[in-house]
Design a protein around this ligand. Structure first.
Ligand code: CUA
Length: 370
C-alpha cells in the first residue's frame, strides 16, 4: 500500500517537473540575456560623472598620450591572442557537441573509448608555454620601455600628494602649489615636453589614474612612486583616484589641463604671483583671517600659511572645488563654505557655523583670489 502511494507520488512529481522545466528554462534564458545586456550597458556607459565637463569620458580605448597609447596596443595584442584561443577552444567544443551528439538508436553501442594520446598531450603542454612566453616578452618590453624613460631637459616636473580626499600639486622647480587640477604643456615634434610626476601620500593609499594619458600608478604612504606622460593634444583630461581610500574615494577626481606651451607658460607666470589683494573684499578678508581658515589654507602673500588643505592663492583659476565635487562658481563656493560636510561628508573641512552674511562676504573675498 505504502509502495503504491510512493509510486503515485513519484509519477505526480515527474509530471509536475515536466510541466515546470520548459518555463524554468525560458526564465533562465531571459535572465542570462538580461544580465548580458545589463553588463553591456554598464561597461559601455562608464562615463565619468565629472563636474562641468559631462561630455568628456575617461576612455581607456582612446589614448591621447604616451604611454597610454603603448599600453592600449599591448592590451589589444593580448586581447587578440586570448580571443583566438577562445574561438579555437569554443569552436572545437561546439563541433564536438554537435558532431557527436546523442542520436536515436545510439543506446545499443557505446562509442569507442580512447585513453591518452602522446601527441595531443605534448601539443597542449608546449603550445600554452609558447603563448605565455610570447605574452611575457611583449609585456616586459612595454614595461621596460615605460619605466626606463628618463626626463630630458625641458621636461616638466611635478609632485602629487594624495590626501583624503584631494590632490596637492607642487611644481618644485617653478615654485607653484595648486590642487586637483594639474596643468602641463602639450608636447610636439619640435618641442618635446613630457611631464614627470612624483607621487606621494599624506595619509592612506591612493592611486593616480588619468586613463587617456597613462596607466594608473599607486600612491603609497612612506614611498615615492613615479610616472610620466607626454600628451600632444591640448584639452582637459579626467581621471580619478583608483584605489579605495575611504568614504569620499569617489569624489577624489583629477583634471589634467594640457595647454599649448605658450599658454602653459602664461599659466605658470600667473600662478607664481602672490595673491591679489582687492580692497573691495575687505569684509570677507577679515572673516577669513578671524576664523580658523588660516590654520589649514595658504594664501601666498598673506599670513595664511596652513598646509592641511588646498592652497587658495589662485583658487579662482580652478574649475572645480573639493577635488571635482562641485563647480567653482559663486553658488558652489557658498554651498561649500556654508557646510562642506553636506557636499562631501567626512572631509576634513568642518562646518564653520557662519552666518549668511559672513558666507557671502568670505565668498566675495575668495573670488578675488584669481
Ligand atoms: Cu584616494 Cu581613493
Amino acid at each position: 500500500m505504502l509502495t503504491q502511494s510512493k509510486h503515485e507520488e513519484n509519477a505526480l512529481n515527474r509530471a509536475a517537473n515536466q510541466s515546470r522545466t520548459p518555463t524554468l528554462r525560458k526564465r533562465l534564458r531571459w535572465l542570462t540575456l538580461l544580465s548580458f545586456a545589463a553588463s553591456v550597458v554598464v561597461i559601455a556607459g562608464h562615463v565619468h560623472p565629472a563636474v562641468g565637463n559631462p561630455a568628456q569620458v575617461t576612455n581607456l580605448l582612446q589614448p591621447l598620450s604616451q604611454p597610454a597609447q603603448e599600453i592600449k596596443e599591448l592590451s589589444l595584442l593580448v586581447l587578440a591572442i586570448c580571443a583566438a584561443i577562445f574561438l579555437i577552444v569554443t569552436g572545437l567544443l561546439v563541433y564536438a557537441i554537435v558532431r557527436f551528439r546523442h542520436r536515436a538508436g545510439d543506446e545499443a553501442s557505446e562509442p569507442p573509448q580512447i585513453y591518452g594520446s602522446n601527441q595531443i598531450e605534448m601539443a597542449w603542454t608546449v603550445l600554452p608555454i609558447l603563448i605565455v612566453f610570447v605574452l611575457i616578452l611583449v609585456t616586459s618590453r612595454t614595461i621596460a620601455d615605460i619605466q626606463n624613460r628618463k626626463a630630458a631637459p625641458g621636461a616638466v616636473h611635478a609632485t602629487i600628494v594624495g590626501h583624503q580626499w584631494w590632490w596637492e600639486i607642487r611644481y618644485p622647480e617653478l615654485g607653484i602649489v595648486t590642487a586637483n587640477e594639474l596643468h602641463v604643456p602639450a608636447s610636439d615634434v619640435s618641442r618635446r615636453q613630457p611631464t614627470f610626476l612624483k607621487l606621494q601620500s599624506a595619509d592612506v593609499a591612493h592611486s593616480f589614474w588619468v586613463p587617456q594619458l597613462a596607466g594608473k600608478t599607486d600612491v603609497i604612504p612612506g614611498r615615492e612612486n613615479s610616472m610620466w606622460f607626454e600628451p600632444t593634444q591640448p584639452g582637459t583630461y579626467l581621471g580619478n583616484c583608483a584605489e579605495y581610500c575611504g568614504m569620499q574615494h569617489a569624489r577624489m577626481l583629477i583634471r589634467v589641463v594640457v595647454q599649448p606651451p605658450a599658454e602653459f607658460e602664461r599659466w605658470v607666470a600667473e600662478q607664481k604671483r602672490v595673491a591679489a589683494e582687492e580692497l573691495s573684499a575687505q569684509a570677507g578678508r577679515q572673516v577669513f583671517f578671524a576664523n580658523t581658515c588660516v590654520n589649514c589654507h595658504t594664501i601666498r602673500g598673506t599670513s595664511a600659511q596652513g598646509a592641511f588643505g588646498p592652497d587658495l592663492t589662485h583658487l579662482m583659476s580652478r574649475e572645480t572645488l573639493a577635488s571635482g565635487a562641485a563647480p567653482n562658481t559663486r553658488e558652489g563656493l557658498r554651498a561649500w563654505v556654508r557646510d562642506p560636510q553636506k557636499l562631501k561628508v567626512g572631509c576634513l573641512m568642518p562646518n564653520m557655523q557662519m552666518t549668511d552674511t559672513e558666507v557671502d562676504q568670505i565668498v566675495s573675498y575668495l573670488q578675488t583670489l584669481k
